[in-house]
Design a protein around this ligand. Structure first.
Ligand SMILES: NC(=O)c1ccc[n+]([C@@H]2O[C@H](COP(=O)([O-])OP(=O)(O)OC[C@H]3O[C@@H](n4cnc5c(N)ncnc54)[C@H](OP(=O)(O)O)[C@@H]3O)[C@@H](O)[C@H]2O)c1
Length: 454
C-alpha cells in the first residue's frame, strides 16, 4: 500500500474526535500506515482545517498532536445529504488519489444516513461498484431493528459489492477479544472441558460507570439491549460458544458464529430492564422515556456442545464499576460433589476492559499448618500501550485491517441479520423498567430470576 486516504463522514462527532483521529495519529506515528496518508474530514460546519482540528482537540482535552495531524488532515465543508455538493469533493479526491490509492470511506454517522450517503458516493462516481481499492466502512448500530437493517443492506448491495463493505463492531478489535480464540483453541487444558459436561455457566458482563454523555439523541432510540446486546455481547457469546472453525480464515470463523446465533434462545421471563435515576433529565432524552439503560438476560445455545448451559448477559450504564469481562464457571469436581466440600468452582476470566488479560481461579491449600483451602487466581495482563500510555485501541487495529483488506474483525450481513432477528423477538416486550441509583438496586431482582446469575 503506497497511499491511503480516509474520507470521514461525520468528522465533527464524538467518534471521530475520541477514537478515529487518535487511532490514525497513532498509526501514522508508528509508521503503520504510509507517510503519504491523508484524511479528508467532512462536515457541515464552517471550519478550516486548523479550526477543525483545534475544536476536535479541545473536545478531548488536548490529546491530539496538532502539528502532525495538520500535515495529513484536510477539512472539507459539505452537506453530505446533497448529491450536488459531491462534485467538489470528487475533484478534491482526484487531486490526491490515483488508481492504486487505498480509499476508506468511513461513515461515522448514524444509520439513518447510511443509505443517503452511500447513494451519493455511488451516484457521484466517488465509489465505483466492484473497485476493491475502495472500501466503505459502516459504524454500528447497523439499523435499529431487523426491518431497517435489511433495508439498509439491500440498498448497499445496489451500490457496492460485499468485498467493499466493512461493518464495524469495535469490540472485535479489542485485544482480549482477538485473543479469545487463541486462549480457547491453543491451550490443550481447555479443549476437553469446553462442553456442557464441564461448564456450569457463562457470564458476559459489560458494565459502565458513565452515563450517556451527550448522546441522548441516539441512545434514547436504542437503549442497552439494542446498543450493546445486539452487537457486542452476542459477538462475544459466539466466540465462546462456536465450534472449531474449519480454518481461522474470516469466512470459516463467521460461518461458525452464524450457527451459534441461529441456535440462541432467550429466556423471556429472565429479562430485567433498568433505567438509571437522572436519565430522564439527560439532554435530548424524552421526559417520559422508557428506554433501558440496563439489561440482564439469560440465554441458551442449543447445540450439542452447550445445550443446557445458561449464558448470563448483563450490560448497563451508571453502574458500580467499569468492567467488561467474560467469566466461564466450571462444574464442581466429582469429589467436591461427593463430599460436599466447601470449595469454590474454577473460573476462567477473559478480561477485556479496563484491564485486559486472562485469569484462572483455582482452589489451593492455605500455606502453613492449617488444612483450610482458599481461592487463588493465576493472572496474566497484556501490557500493550499506545502514545497516551493506554492500551492500544480497537480502532487502530480495525482501521489498519480495513486498510490492508482484512475482514476477519468485521461483521458479515448474516451475523447482523440473525442478531436483529433475535433482539426483535423481545424488543416489543413491555416488562417492568426498574429504576436504579446503584447496581445494588438491581442485584436482588436479578438473583430472584436466577440465583447463579451474579
Ligand atoms: N461515539 C462513540 O464512541 C461510538 C462508538 C461506536 C459507535 N458509534 C456510532 O457512530 C455513529 C456516530 O457517533 P458519534 O458518537 O460520533 O455521534 P455524534 O457525536 O452525534 O456525531 C454525529 C456526526 O454526524 C453528523 N451528522 C448528524 N446528522 C447529520 C446530518 N443530517 N447531515 C450531516 N451530518 C450529520 C454530525 O455533524 P454535525 O456536527 O454537523 O452535527 C456529527 O459529525 C453513531 O451511529 C454511533 O452510534 C459511536
Amino acid at each position: 500500500m503506497k497511499k491511503l486516504i480516509f474520507i470521514i463522514f461525520g468528522s465533527t462527532g464524538d467518534l471521530t474526535s475520541r477514537k478515529l483521529l487518535p487511532a490514525i495519529q497513532k498509526l501514522y506515528q508508528d509508521k503503520d500506515i504510509p507517510e503519504e496518508s491523508l484524511v479528508i474530514a467532512l462536515g457541515r460546519k464552517a471550519y478550516d482545517t486548523n479550526s477543525y482540528l483545534e475544536e476536535m482537540n479541545r473536545s478531548i482535552h488536548g490529546q491530539l498532536d496538532l502539528r502532525m495531524l495538520n500535515k495529513i488532515v484536510h477539512y472539507h465543508q459539505i452537506q453530505i445529504t446533497n448529491l450536488n455538493e459531491y462534485e467538489r469533493l470528487k475533484q478534491l479526491l482526484e487531486q490526491y488519489a490515483d488508481k492504486a490509492t487505498r480509499q476508506l470511506f468511513y461513515l461515522a454517522v448514524g444509520p439513518d444516513l447510511f443509505i443517503d450517503v452511500s447513494r451519493n458516493i455511488y451516484q457521484s462516481g466517488l465509489v465505483e461498484k466492484g473497485n476493491e481499492t475502495q472500501a466503505v466502512i459502516f459504524e454500528k448500530p447497523f439499523g435499529h431493528d431487523l426491518e431497517s437493517a435489511t433495508k439498509i443492506n439491500h440498498e448497499l448491495w445496489e451500490f457496492f459489492t460485499e468485498k467493499q463493505i466493512f461493518r464495524i463492531d469495535h469490540y472485535l478489535g479489542k485485544e482480549m477479544i482477538q485473543n479469545l480464540l487463541t486462549v480457547r483453541f491453543a491451550n490443550r487444558i481447555f479443549e476437553d472441558v469446553w462442553y456442557n459436561r464441564a461448564i456450569k455457566n457463562v457470564k458476559i458482563i459489560v458494565k459502565e460507570t458513565a452515563g450517556i454523555h451527550n448522546r441522548g439523541g441516539y441512545y434514547d432510540q436504542a437503549g442497552a439491549l439494542k446498543d450493546m446486546v445486539q452487537s457486542h455481547l452476542i459477538q462475544m457469546l459466539c466466540l465462546i460458544a462456536m465450534e472449531v472453525p474449519l480454518s481461522y480464515y474470516s469466512e470459516d470463523v463467521k460461518n461458525e458464529k452464524v450457527k451459534v446465533i441461529e441456535n440462541i434462545s432467550i429466556e423471556k421471563e429472565s429479562i430485567v430492564f433498568g433505567q438509571y435515576d437522572g436519565y430522564l433529565n439527560e439532554e435530548k432524552v424524552s421526559p417520559d422515556s422508557t428506554t433501558d439503560t440496563f439489561v440482564f438476560l439469560k440465554a441458551f445455545v442449543n447445540t450439542p456442545r452447550f445445550k443446557g448451559v445458561p449464558f448470563y448477559l448483563m450490560t448497563g450504564k451508571k453502574l458500580d464499576t467499569k468492567q467488561s469481562v467474560i467469566i466461564i464457571e466450571f462444574e464442581e469436581t466429582i469429589e467436591q460433589r461427593k463430599w460436599n466440600l466447601p470449595l469454590s468452582t474454577n473460573k476462567l476470566f477473559i478480561k477485556i476492559d479496563p484491564e485486559d488479560g486472562v485469569g484462572l481461579r483455582l482452589n489451593s491449600k492455605v500455606p502453613g499448618l492449617t488444612s483450610k483451602t482458599e481461592e487463588v487466581e493465576l493472572e496474566y495482563f497484556t501490557s500493550s500501550s499506545n502514545a497516551f500510555g493506554n492500551k492500544s485501541e480497537a480502532y487502530e487495529k480495525l482501521l489498519l485491517d480495513a486498510a490492508t483488506y482484512h475482514k476477519s474483525l468485521f461483521t458479515r450481513w448474516d451475523e447482523i441479520e440473525l442478531a436483529w432477528r433475535l433482539i426483535d423477538q423481545i424488543k416489543d416486550l413491555e416488562p417492568t423498567l426498574h429504576p436504579y441509583h446503584h447496581f445494588d438496586d438491581l442485584k436482588a431482582i436479578i438473583l430472584e430470576k436466577d440465583e447463579h446469575a451474579l
